[in-house]
Design a protein around this ligand. Structure first.
Ligand SMILES: [Zn+2]
Length: 556
């Protein structure tokens, strides 16, 4: 979840937190963008291994107070450490080996002067104590932060959503996608009347003397920082057991108490989702931490092992079908999409926000896969093809590296369509399923570059897809299959393509059967003769245009 196009009539509205930054060009990024998005000198020498996070949340004045004890491995000796914590939050002290350290603030980053030696391969801990009123979300989950709400009975309901913006909007950490801790404690203290549901498993509930309760959650597997969540409210709880590929998976549901009956019906979809995605993508990645759906006061977010749900217990996307085919109304968009991220986004995480298509393209594709599991292969294909109406081709899908910049929102539907097209080119469903599962097993619990994902797919398919990735991820041009019929001869070529683009494509020629064409940028001639009245119809599973050279406009 991040940026979802909602098509209303012919107007596609993209709710986007970062559309402004997506449109920025190289050279328009700031020093702060570089501190946030690159593996700078205050970051590259250490590897986060454990975050021990303790935060007391006070809804009465929208403030928080707490600390994070950061345990890290020293990769190479250093004297200065960057820790991210966004304004207006204040650091109270930063302590190592019992001694307070000096630090300077540079916007949303703190640079801490270390006193103790930091020998290579040593394991050290540094603790940041902090407090303040964190940025309140303006339009969560897109324009996120802390979310202070009441439920419809007037009970206090508090939540966080901070993808893109970053976890440092509410807690201190290395706010960099490429470094995940191996495990994390998330101890959240709230007023006694509330229950907090965070990531992983609940280890302890501690009733404090001051009218507050601490819910101590523990994540025992690597987790991306933006997944860490607070959800504090008046919750009901029920559970299921999913018998999956790695044994019994606990499935826990946390709806608001007054939605418990509705949730018992709607949340059944989580079990069919798990069955479908395990079949296609491999085992659910977090058996140790379990799977949870937690009702939240925003639309939803792929928080690892605790998916935030706010789709109002409706099928579709808040009751609408983003694909316009009808298939999108057969299931709950937030249960399916956000859970799809457990494989693509949480299990396999992009090292840089510029490669966020690895999260959103594959997860859009997973919506088609879920449709296929429920309604057959044709339905799944129709869903993906229908979703193309949301594509804008406004700017490239891959953003600018090193500055926490995402590319176009086309990463969703165009990304999904590209992946669907790769399946056509593999032309063997079992092999294709093996590639999707292979991605998840090869990059299990890892952060990756786009190049790793692209190379893996090409290698596993036994076909070089590099020009296809380049075309669809780095340009806004859709390939045009240009053809001409000259007497009984058919010729064709690719135009509007990157140099060397030679994707095979399926098409019917006249009323004949589907044939594979192998166009390049130069004219090729079809080996058989055709009738002068024949036309060429490209298989709609390919996101390309076709154009008779004799007519002016290409057609999809
Ligand atoms: Zn998403």
């Amino acid at each position: 979840m991040r940026r979802i196009s909602i098509t209303i009539g012919l107007v596609a509205l993209v709710a986007t937190a970062h559309s402004a930054s997506a449109q920025r060009r190289r050279g328009e990024f700031t020093h702060a963008d570089t501190l946030r998005g690159s593996n700078g000198p205050g970051r590259s020498w250490w590897d986060a291994s454990f975050y021990d996070l303790h935060v007391a949340v006070t809804p009465a004045d929208s403030s928080i107070r707490g600390y994070n004890a950061i345990t890290y491995r020293v990769l190479k000796p250093a004297k200065e450490m960057q820790i991210d914590l966004q304004t207006p939050l204040e650091a109270d002290s930063i302590v190592q080996d019992g001694k307070p350290l000096t630090y300077r603030r540079d916007g949303n980053a703190f640079f801490v002067s270390l006193v103790a030696s930091q020998p290579a391969s040593a394991k050290k801990t540094i603790t940041v104590y902090y407090h303040g009123k964190p940025k309140a979300a303006k339009n969560p989950p897109w324009d996120g932060g802390f979310i202070w709400r009441t439920d419809s009975l007037g009970n206090t309901w508090v939540s966080t959503a901070n993808e893109g913006l970053g976890a440092s909007v509410w807690w201190p950490n290395k706010d960099f996608l490429a470094d995940e801790p191996d495990s994390q404690r998330v101890a959240i203290t709230v007023p006694d009347s509330m229950t907090d549901v965070s990531n992983g498993r609940l280890r302890k509930t501690i009733h404090n003397a001051d009218g507050t309760t601490t819910f101590e959650w523990f994540v025992s597997e690597p987790i991306n920082n933006y997944s860490i969540e607070v959800n504090a409210g008046h919750y009901a709880h029920f559970s299921e057991l999913f018998k999956g590929e790695k044994g019994n998976l606990t499935v826990d549901f946390w709806p608001l108490a007054y939605h418990a009956d509705t949730a018992r019906v709607q949340f059944k979809q989580a079990l069919s989702m798990l069955g479908c995605f395990e079949h296609w993508f491999g085992p659910y990645p977090w058996y140790k931490d379990g799977f949870k759906l937690i009702e939240a006061p925003h639309l939803g977010m792929e928080h690892q092992s605790g998916v935030a749900y706010g789709n109002k217990y409706k099928n579709g996307y808040l009751g609408r079908d983003l694909s316009g085919t009808g298939w999108g109304m057969k299931w709950d968009f937030i249960i399916v999409h956000e859970s799809g991220h457990e494989w693509f986004g949480n299990n396999i995480t992009a090292k840089d926000a510029a490669d966020m298509w690895i999260h959103e393209g594959f997860t859009n594709y997973s919506e088609g896969i879920y449709t296929e599991c429920q309604n057959g292969k044709q339905a799944g294909a129709e869903y993906i093809i229908g979703s193309r109406r949301n594509i804008r081709n406004d700017s490239p899908i891959i953003g600018t590296y090193g500055v926490n910049n995402e590319g176009s929102g086309d990463m969703y539907y165009k990304g999904g369509s590209m992946i669907h097209m790769l399946r056509q080119l593999v032309d063997n469903d079992e092999k294709w399923r093996g590639i999707l599962r292979g991605l998840n097993s090869t990059f299990w619990h890892q952060t990756v570059t786009a190049d790793q994902i692209e190379s893996y797919i090409s290698r596993a398919a036994g076909k070089d897809f590099s020009k296809i990735f380049q075309q669809y991820l780095t340009t806004t041009d859709i390939p045009v299959l240009e053809y001409k019929i000259d007497g009984d001869k058919l010729s064709y070529r690719w135009t509007k393509v990157v140099p060397g683009f030679a994707m095979a494509v399926r098409a019917t020629i006249g009323s004949g059967k589907m044939e594979w064409l192998k166009p390049t940028e130069t004219w090729q001639t079809w080996p058989a003769t055709i009738a002068a009245t024949d036309s060429v119809t490209v298989d709609p599973n390919f996101y390309v245009l076709a154009k008779n050279a004799a007519t002016p406009t290409p057609t999809p």
